[in-house]
Design a protein around this ligand. Structure first.
Ligand code: AMP
Length: 283
């Protein structure tokens, strides 16, 4: 396994791999690897000859009062997990390599990047699309794998790939969960034991909404109230949003008649903000 730290080295390496006729898959991460990430790596492995894992805690996707500084970083551990998972190359630039002095150009997606996560975190998606575009140009992948865990991010990256004509196939990986349903996340490490227990209510809330809708409930205010009641947060103000959207457009659905509904939740347990989602298939 190789570790490359500069864009130039990565690009040269990618060019050599491509000219030998091999296919490259990219799995972008911020490190603090867990089984969610390794499930993405496994999908990448199935598709391509060479799998590149990027490990980069991207400063531009964090707001000024967010957790950029305390975000968990443990590169040695990530290296071990990556090696065990069969990664060929880790791309691990530092912030100055990705954003050198004078950096001025951002990739911005309209509309969808301003709602839900984008409303609570106004500069978040601009940071995500910018870094992902830069990673695509550094790694030159044929395939890139992203988790359904970050459903709005996945939607926006799909949009960007389409709108900006990146010749890259995107693969969406299902959400990997703990045994009590909590979606695996690097940020779960922030939870104390009480909040860790309560955080499983996110998944129970999604399950509750799905059950109600599968059993014919079409009044979304009823479903929303039931989810709110399930969430074990200290007060409703700890819930950032409960949203029901059409996964094809990310537009809010009123009273759905059928098809797929994506339920999205964001809530705070103590100081830890978590997101989760579930797709419901209505007949
Ligand atoms: P992160 O390191 O949190 O930026 O995540 C890197 C990638 O892993 C993103 O595409 C995430 O959607 C994906 N991911 C994170 N957690 C999970 C999970 N529990 N299941 C599946 N994919 C995940």
């Amino acid at each position: 396994m190789e570790i490359l730290r500069t864009v130039r080295e990565m690009q040269e390496r990618a060019e050599r791999i491509r000219s030998s006729g091999k296919r490259i898959a990219l799995v972008p991460t911020m490190g603090a690897l867990h089984e969610g990430h390794t499930s993405l790596i496994a999908l990448a492995r199935e598709r391509c000859d060479v799998v590149v894992l990027s490990v980069f805690v991207n400063p531009t996707q964090f707001g000024p009062n967010e957790d950029y500084r305390r975000y968990p970083r443990n590169f040695e551990n990530d290296e071990r997990i990556a090696r065990d998972a069969g990664i060929d190359i880790i791309f691990h630039p530092d912030a100055a390599e990705m954003y050198p002095d004078g950096f001025l150009t951002y990739v911005v997606t309209d509309e969808v990047a301003r709602i839900l996560e984008g409303e609570v975190r106004p500069t978040h998606f601009r940071g995500v699309t910018t870094v992902v575009a830069k990673l695509f140009n550094a790694v030159k992948p044929h395939v890139a794998v992203f988790g359904q865990k970050d459903a709005q991010q996945l939607f926006i990256i799909r949009r960007m790939v389409h709108d900006l004509n990146f010749d890259i196939e995107l693969i969406a990986a299902p959400i990997v969960r703990e045994s009590d349903g909590l979606a695996k996340s690097s940020r779960n490490a922030y939870l104390d034991s009480r909040d860790r227990t309560r955080a499983a209510s996110l998944h129970r809330g999604l399950q509750k909404a799905a059950d109600l809708m599968m059993n014919g409930e079409r009044d979304m205010s009823v479903v929303r109230a039931a989810v709110l009641q399930t969430l074990e947060v200290d007060s409703p103000s700890q819930v950032d949003y409960i949203a029901f959207v059409d996964p094809a457009t990310f537009r809010e659905v009123g009273n759905p008649t059928g098809g797929e509904i994506l339920i999205l939740l964001a809530a705070r347990f103590g100081v830890t903000r978590l997101i989760d989602n579930m797709i419901v298939h209505l007949r």
